[in-house]
Ligand binder design. Structure first.
Ligand code: ADP
Ligand code: MN
Ligand code: MN
Ligand code: MN
Ligand code: MN
Length: 366
């Protein structure tokens, strides 16, 4: 934190800072959409004079993103199609957040729109009862481009921060930020599973799910939007990059993971462990999934999957309750003989639509 930008009380920057009431005959809708990175989001506000009951009640809109689509899309406006709607935890009242898909024409999804094919596949296998749950790790970044607390006490990085209490000067500040974001997600209507402090100083995790079908990926995108907005209030950047900073001499576990948990109706029923084990074997023989688990065809993961500090290596392994395995069967799932599996390989900034589509295609369509 720079001295010019002290930690702010909630709401001091940006959102209704002056407590001016919103007009009661209008509804504000924040249109949220992914850009060409399929990770970072943009948003803009539309004023409606009615309350939309579902995403489709929100009008189509267009957006021109300067340079953003260069090399990826023709440089022209894209159409924003609202596809999911949530409550707005910042403006509250009847105000909404609308998650939007990008379309090039009314008939043609933009090339960066990975949601379309994921949603279509999940619709096709609807009767399998596919549930996803994701663990989203992130770092709270300081002004020097390093995680907020890294430069304060480099030795502290060797402590086990996972689920830790205390342990560094900024712990309370970080916890407040994480808790604020958690509450914002709950208010929005996201299916939060939990939050915890992560392995490194200034690293946190939240989990969403289990959610059926496309909902998990949609909620992850909205939760990331809420997280960056939360960062704005506190004057900090949030990083979900695979390796947010390189500091090898004092930072062993500086990577962000995005574990994806998966189950089908059969896996969740009595004796479901049989189907879980079968799925693990399919994944063992499907190394091609790795090119979909980060944003650079597997290159980011090659830096992250070092088989140290609770991350697996590059070679496939599996185990019960084993945090070094590529695909883990949680201890309680093994004990109960049913439940779900955890793929520990996706990066924290992976495209959740691509990860969900890949897992589904690999496990249910091959
Ligand atoms: P870990 O032990 O790997 O740290 P967490 O407790 O952080 O696990 O997160 C568990 C994740 O598993 C959550 O995202 C949750 O939604 C997900 N999950 C739980 N049950 C299921 C299920 N039946 N199918 C899919 N995902 C599930
Ligand atoms: Mn976890
Ligand atoms: Mn974790
Ligand atoms: Mn971790
Ligand atoms: Mn996990």
């Amino acid at each position: 934190m720079s001295d010019k930008c002290p930690p702010s009380p909630y709401g001091a920057y940006g959102t209704n800072a002056f407590d001016i009431p919103y007009p009661d005959d209008k509804v504000l809708v924040e249109y949220v959409f992914l850009n060409h990175t399929r990770h970072r989001v943009h948003s803009k506000t539309r004023v409606l004079d009615y309350e939309p009951q579902k995403a489709e009640d929100c009008p189509l809109w267009d957006v021109y993103m300067f340079k953003t689509f260069e090399g990826v899309e023709p440089r022209k406006e894209m159409i924003l199609k609202p596809v999911a709607m949530y409550r707005d935890p910042f403006r509250r009242g009847l105000n909404k957040i609308a998650l939007c898909e990008l379309w090039e024409t009314m008939e043609k999804p933009a090339g960066v729109n990975t949601r379309r094919s994921c949603a279509e596949l999940l619709k096709k296998v609807e009767e399998e009862g596919v549930w996803f749950g994701m663990e989203q790790e992130y770092f709270i970044m300081g002004d020097n481009g390093l995680p907020l607390n890294w430069d304060k006490d480099p030795k502290a990085i060797n402590l086990n921060f996972h689920t830790g209490v205390g342990l560094c000067k900024t712990a309370g500040y970080e916890r407040e930020l994480a808790e604020f974001h958690f509450q914002a997600c709950l208010y929005a209507g996201l299916k939060m599973y939990g939050i915890n402090r992560e392995d490194s100083p200034s690293q946190w995790e939240y989990q969403i799910g289990p959610c059926e079908g496309i909902d998990l990926a949609d909620q992850i995108v909205i939760s990331r939007y809420l997280l960056w907005r939360t960062g704005e209030f506190y004057g900090v950047e949030i990083s979900m990059d695979t390796k947010p900073a390189v500091s090898p001499e004092n930072a062993p576990n500086q990577s962000n993971g995005g574990h994806m948990n998966f189950s089908t109706t059969r896996m969740r029923k009595e004796g479901g462990i049989k189907y879980i084990n079968e799925a693990v074997e399919i994944l063992r023989n499907s190394p091609q999934v790795m090119s979909h688990y980060d944003l650079h065809g597997g290159k980011d993961n090659a830096k992250r999957l070092t088989n140290a500090y609770f991350v697996p290596g590059m070679d496939f392994t599996t185990g019960i309750g084993d945090k070094y395995s590529s695909v883990r069967i949680p201890t309680l799932v093994a004990l109960q003989g049913k439940g779900y599996l955890e793929d520990r390989r996706p990066c924290a900034n992976a495209d959740p639509y691509e990860v969900c589509e890949t897992l589904t295609r690999t496990l249910l369509c091959s």
